[in-house]
Design a protein around this ligand. Structure first.
Ligand SMILES: *[C@@H]1O[C@H](CO)[C@@H](O)[C@H](O)[C@H]1NC(C)=O
Ligand SMILES: *[C@@H]1O[C@H](CO)[C@@H](O)[C@H](O)[C@H]1NC(C)=O
Length: 365
């Protein structure tokens, strides 16, 4: 077997011969004692500490000028995420779609479970072709229920027969519950509960729907040039108002949220003082603070995908610093994400498992 030599042979190291005179062959150090210690420290400082400090200062100045988190803010969040320091406060929990980890999303069993666990539930509101507010998240019924087509194109009679499927990811693949209207949900869940209503507009991806399949008062002429525009919002906001009246729910117990500014604008035109929260996902992470704050300026606060909140402590701080400013983190599916929302400075965590929050709190202690 041939053993290959992987390195050239080492040159033998020759020790300097002790000089017969006892005098060192090397030049004496330039400084001695304390002066030498100070000199070495200064050289080290010039060697790396100064460039590092300058880079940090440049990053901080750039962050402040351009609108990104400062190194200090990022470091604080990172230390908290690493468990070195505790969050300033742990977020209050909001049940996501009621409690989608417990029962089929946005149905009475989920809303009841979420309200019982944490007293605040988030749910998605859409409008039927009869102008009634129903609770459903998706653009169409197909994926999450045994119905088909857009809920906003269906009559109340059809929606009344639809069963919503539980999420397979939550071990609820074989569980279903009735699609529910907003008014009976408000009544059934009871007083003392706060609601976050996510306004789901009746858009039409894939082109305008056939005539005769739209809510009362909406025509294809209402199709907005802006694809983010809100089509049936006046009808939907009217339907929500009817449900709040029917259940005797105070507007003080309701926060409205949407990804669509036009939906929040429709809410505000009905109730100028309504709490309105704009939702943004992690795709916004690279946008400068100033541009983000322009989006959020008209609204009460932000609902941020929790990773966005963690990555942008500057945005969270700016939103919470405003009078009455609120920051919600979504969607929290475990104790780590719940804690991370706290590390980011968010006041509320919207969670699939409101029933587990007490356990996360106990672990955090
Ligand atoms: C959905 O399922 C329920 C219960 O099984 C049934 O009564 C209803 O007719 C179904 N709806 C549709 C649209 O298939
Ligand atoms: C649950 O649903 C899945 C998919 O629909 C099916 O394959 C499975 O057999 C069901 N399990 C039970 C226990 O009914």
């Amino acid at each position: 077997m041939v053993v290959r030599q992987r390195h050239p042979p080492l040159t033998p190291f020759v020790m300097a011969e002790p000089s017969p005179s006892g005098v060192s062959p090397y030049p004496p150090p330039r400084y001695a004692g304390a002066t030498r210690v100070a000199w070495l420290a200064l050289r080290r400082l010039i060697g790396w500490a100064l460039p590092v400090a300058l880079a940090v200062a440049a990053a901080a100045a750039g962050a402040l000028l351009l609108g990104y988190p400062t190194p200090a803010a990022t470091a604080t969040t990172t230390l908290c995420l690493a468990g070195v320091v505790a969050p300033r406060s742990y977020p209050r929990a909001v049940g996501h779609r009621g409690a989608e980890g417990v029962a089929p999303e946005n149905t009475l069993p989920a809303l009841t479970a979420g309200a019982a666990a944490v007293g605040i539930v988030e749910t998605d509101v859409t409008v039927s072709a009869d102008g009634t507010a129903w609770l459903f998240h998706d653009e169409t019924l197909d994926a999450q229920s045994n119905g088909t087509g857009r809920p906003c194109a269906a009559t109340d009679a059809v929606l009344g027969g639809v069963r919503v499927a539980g999420g397979a990811a939550y071990g609820l693949a074989n569980v279903t519950a009735s699609l529910t209207r907003l008014a009976p949900a408000l009544t059934a869940v009871g007083g003392g509960v706060d609601w976050m209503l996510d306004v789901k507009t009746c858009g039409w991806p894939g082109g305008p729907p056939p005539a005769g399949t739209l809510p009362a008062g909406v025509t294809t002429a209402d199709a907005p040039a802006d694809p983010d525009g809100c089509v049936a919002c006046p009808a939907l906001v009217g339907a929500i108002a009817d449900a709040l009246d029917a259940a005797g729910t105070s507007l003080d117990a309701v926060v409205f949220t949407s990804t669509q500014p036009s939906a929040l604008a429709a809410v505000r035109s009905r109730w100028p003082a309504a709490a309105t929260v704009l939702s943004r996902d992690a795709k916004a992470v690279l946008r400068p603070l100033r541009s983000l704050l322009t989006d959020f300026a008209p609204w009460t606060g932000g609902a941020l995908e929790w990773r966005l909140a963690v990555a942008r402590p500057d945005l969270v701080a700016a939103l919470t610093a405003r009078p009455g400013g609120r920051v919600y983190g979504w969607t929290v599916r475990g104790g780590g994400a719940w804690r991370a929302v706290g590390c980011a400075g968010g006041g509320w965590g919207i969670t699939s498992f409101p029933n587990r929050v007490a356990g996360w709190k106990a672990e955090a202690k």
